[in-house]
Design a protein around this ligand. Structure first.
Ligand SMILES: Cc1cc2nc3c(=O)[nH]c(=O)nc-3n(C[C@H](O)[C@H](O)[C@H](O)COP(=O)(O)OP(=O)(O)OC[C@H]3O[C@@H](n4cnc5c(N)ncnc54)[C@H](O)[C@@H]3O)c2cc1C
Length: 478
């Protein structure tokens, strides 16, 4: 096992994309196999040394940032060991990009495809990440067949989906001598990455998906693969009014077969992108990026159908961008990816953590939520923009504060946004997780008792309380 102690070298492990500062740790351990991890965890448990797991550090909630103890990095777990027609086995440190490329060579695809291609598959499982095609394929959780997990007790679990379920009294067996009782809090039945997964009769594997490095170290992931979609049609449509783009989405969701993505950009998001994409039309106050699986459909008819739909909502067809070739489609996906990258660039420059929501609401609440976002953000006068997964009623509204006063104000408004979303039956995090920055929002969602139940659950699986301290709930609850 490689151990790094040089402060100037390990400093980079104390950061992610959240802008959270002040992280520190004694050393970074870089193991090569599960035995090394198991031994390290047993020793750390006996000494109560906190361990923060590090993936690629692309997280946006401070999850991998340590505040004391040691860092355990999975960067050497970077092999793809097996690919069949229906699944691939990847070690936790394999990047999304490498996994996608390797399976593509065999005509296969890994459907969740989170936007940040440099993130590790282990990090994706730990945060239950989603991608722009979440509209069709759902989050990482839906595509995980098996996990290898090392517990802080040193036990190495091989958890296969469909093998271990909670019984009707809510008991769930983790190992032959460890059984837990499921918590009582109820999670909304929508896209959600907030809090430990908890459903009656749940599969054991789901507890370790979205656990934010707090229950065990994921070392190996068997993902489900699908044959590559044969033919995709994609486009970016520009609208003269935001409301028109919202109406367009409602109709597209009802009427368009095979939709893969529906992604939103508000006028401020388009303004930000204009520097690099001057071809964005000046009249545009909103845009929708869409992708449709058109295998077996006629391209010309598809274009006609989209043209009619665009016309219904005053989105000029001659100003819309369409793509049928792989190269152009990749260009559109880069356009989408470029936006969170630009946002993170500004956050780094301003040296103040952004207040970026990851809220999702049920279908019947999205319109009210969008109107509320707009009102609150515009009234604040703080630089802001709204974009995201409108097809799944899941938006990222981002305040980009430039001063401490603006940051304080944006945190306050964020709470109002959270309260509104919760009143509509929503969630405070649909894909990024809670990490160290969103405890208070999760408490609003699950109550103090829900937070305490999660802490108790963690303690029963990680009795020395060493893993991912400060993630999901405050360490004081332990
Ligand atoms: C430009 C940009 C775009 C993004 N787009 C998306 C998006 O579309 N969808 C989305 O969901 N997220 C997105 N993200 C956020 C981020 O990419 C995801 O949260 C990703 O899953 C984090 O993976 P990582 O390997 O970087 O994890 P890290 O940031 O290193 O860690 C994240 C958390 O997982 C834990 N962890 C990491 N590896 C393991 C492991 N092997 N075992 C146990 N715990 C572990 C860490 O301790 C930490 O708590 C984006 C980020 C950026 C910068």
């Amino acid at each position: 096992m490689l151990i790094k102690k040089d402060k100037s070298i390990i400093q980079s492990y104390f950061e992610d994309q959240s802008g959270l500062t002040g992280g520190s740790a004694e050393s970074v351990y870089i193991p090569e196999n599960e035995k090394e991890i198991s031994d390290l965890l047993k020793e750390a448990s006996s000494k109560k040394t906190p361990i923060t797991v590090s993936g690629a550090g692309t997280g946006v909630t401070g999850g991998r940032i340590p505040f004391g103890g040691i860092v355990l990095s999975l960067e050497r777990f970077n092999n793809i060991t097996d690919i069949t027609a229906t699944s691939a086995v990847a070690q936790a440190g394999v990047t999304v990009k490498d996994l996608k490329t390797k399976v593509k060579e065999k005509g296969l695809m890994y459907c969740p495809d989170p936007t940040e291609q440099n993130s590790f598959i282990g990090g994706n499982v730990s945060t239950n990440a989603s991608g722009s095609r979440g509209f069709k394929y759902g989050p990482t959780r839906n595509h995980i067949k098996r996990l290898k997990v090392v517990l802080s007790t040193g036990d190495i679990l091989n958890i296969e989906r469909g093998q271990h379920f909670a019984d009707s009294s809510g008991n769930l067996e983790i190992t032959s001598n460890l059984k837990i009782k499921l918590p009582k809090y109820i999670l909304p039945n929508i896209k959600n990455a907030a809090g430990y997964y908890n459903r009656p009769g749940m599969d054991l594997i789901d507890l370790f998906i979205g656990q934010d490095g707090t229950l065990g170290i994921i070392t190996e992931v068997e993902v489900i693969l699908k044959p590559m979609v044969e033919k995709i049609f994609s486009g970016i449509a520009f609208f003269p009014k935001e409301e028109l783009s919202w109406n367009f989405v409602t109709e597209a969701k009802k009427d368009v077969p095979g939709l893969l993505s529906l992604e939103y950009f508000d006028k401020n998001a388009l303004e930000l992108l204009k520097g690099d994409y001057p071809q964005i039309p000046d009249f545009a106050k909103a845009a929708i990026f869409f992708e449709q699986d058109i295998s077996g459909l006629n391209e010309d008819t598809t274009l006609d159908d989209w043209a009619k739909l665009l016309e219904n909502y005053n989105a000029p067809q001659d100003k819309a961008w369409f793509a049928t070739s792989n190269k152009d489609q990749e260009g559109f996906r880069e356009f989408r990816y470029h936006l969170p990258e630009k946002v993170n660039e500004i956050v780094r420059r301003n040296k103040l953590p952004k207040a970026g929501t990851d809220i999702a609401v049920p279908e019947n609440g999205i319109r009210e939520m969008l109107v509320f976002y707009k009102e609150k953000l515009e009234a604040s006068k703080i630089p802001h923009l709204i974009f995201g997964h409108i097809g799944e009623n899941h938006m990222h509204s981002n305040f980009l504060p430039q001063t401490q006063a603006e940051q304080n104000m944006s945190r306050k408004i964020y709470i109002e946004l959270v309260e509104k979303a919760l009143s509509l039956g929503g969630t405070v995090s649909a894909e990024h997780g809670i990490g160290k920055l969103k405890h208070i929002f999760l408490e609003k969602m699950l109550g103090k008792s829900g937070m305490q139940e999660m802490a108790a659950l963690k303690k029963s699986i990680d009795p020395a309380c060493i893993l991912g301290i400060g993630n999901i709930f405050p360490k004081e609850l332990l």
